[in-house]
Design a protein around this ligand. Sequence first.
Ligand code: GTP
Ligand code: MG
Length: 443
Amino acid sequence: MFDTLSDRLRKTLAGLTGRGRVSEADLDAAMREVRLALLEADVNFKVVKDFIARVRERALGAEVLESLTAGQQVVKIVNEELTALLSAGDRNFKLVGNPAVVALVGLQGSGKTTSAAKLAKHIAKMGRQPMLVAADPYRPAAADQLETLGRSLGIPVHRAPVGTPTVDIARGGIEAAKRTGRDVVIIDTAGRLTIDEALMDEIRAVSAATKPVETLLVVDAMTGQEAVTVAQGFAGAVPVTGLILTKIDGDARGGAALSIGAVTGIPVKFLGTGEKTDALEVFHPDRLAGRILGMGDILSLVERAQDAFDEKQAAKLEEKVRKASFTLEDMLDSMRQMQKMGPMGQLVSMIPGMGGMAKEAQAAVDRGDLKRTEAIILSMTPRERRDPGVLNASRRRRIANGSGTSLPEVNRLVKQFGEMQKLMKQLAGPSGRRAAMGMLGRR
Ligand SMILES: Nc1nc2c(ncn2[C@@H]2O[C@H](COP(=O)(O)OP(=O)(O)OP(=O)(O)O)[C@@H](O)[C@H]2O)c(=O)[nH]1
Ligand SMILES: [Mg+2]
């Protein structure tokens, strides 16, 4: 998701940072492009209008355009405003009460049941004891689905016979939690194809009876412009405290879902990034803005890495990236881990400045280039891997022969690695953020 938006914004902003001076006409031309890119991504038109106005006002004020780094500063403003746009409301996830009650509401198929299981897993990781409640009195299959998910996670699921009123199921769930010492109750409610009074009455009654500390509205990111209306409908019936945007991994344009916060003030709290129960991310506006603008995000990368391989290793990797003491061996290690961890492009796109390279990297893996890269690095001596600076022509020829590859391939790898290292050095410095933006310009 956001790929097209990201590509377009990056190209436009690269045009700004690529030149020395930025005139008001340049700025306006760029803002027209940004506006179109956002509208095409399905961002609410009013949100777009306000966004462009704020960026323009800030860029024209404070003598930004006069400065030598005008382009970079405009990019910085776009980044800050995009972050602000995504930052609506209070994103804290409060689990107050014993048990703390979390209710999930949303239209049919939006991902409530899946998200309930993901959330239970997330909450259990926080050291709490969640219990899931299948508050769908109509479809036994819905309760079965939750039960299966709960079993796979080792989390208890409360259910009741078909026909039990929703409110009674929810109340029964809370009692069961109290009895068995579970301190968080996650209520999965039934959805409807459209907002109707019967659905609203039902969730209103559940809400009144259970007093959830968090009522999360689950929204499928593929929902178009009506996403905002849907959110307003639910927020009118129950005190919605946050959003879970699901199916972020799909190819939806996603802008409409992102607009909900800006229009209604309801904060996005979580992102659903896949069908599996570990595909849930705590939402960080600055990170998403960075990802969209191709600035990537070391933190998300490290967090994701931490989940997949052991923490010590991830900390070491982070340290190395920060200190720019990343060697070819580390690169090989992380490439192998990335391969183990699934879509490599997704990870690479989170490395600052490398957003644009993500697709190529994925293509490289698909072509089997990783194997060749591996062979090249394995044909180097430990010293060469630590310090590619010693790789003269005859060493490179030896490596090409030893790895069954060619001299140009070896040269390319060494060059790529050099660029990567340079980038990491820039990011490691005090002006890292600015450097990342500079990179954006040169791309
Ligand atoms: N790719 C992807 N699929 C998701 C995500 N979240 C949910 N799904 C899928 O979306 C479909 C519907 O998910 P459910 O969790 O059953 O949705 P629901 O809101 O409980 O649906 P009802 O109970 O029928 O209202 C399932 O096939 C899920 O696997 C996500 O973040 N990414
Ligand atoms: Mg469901």
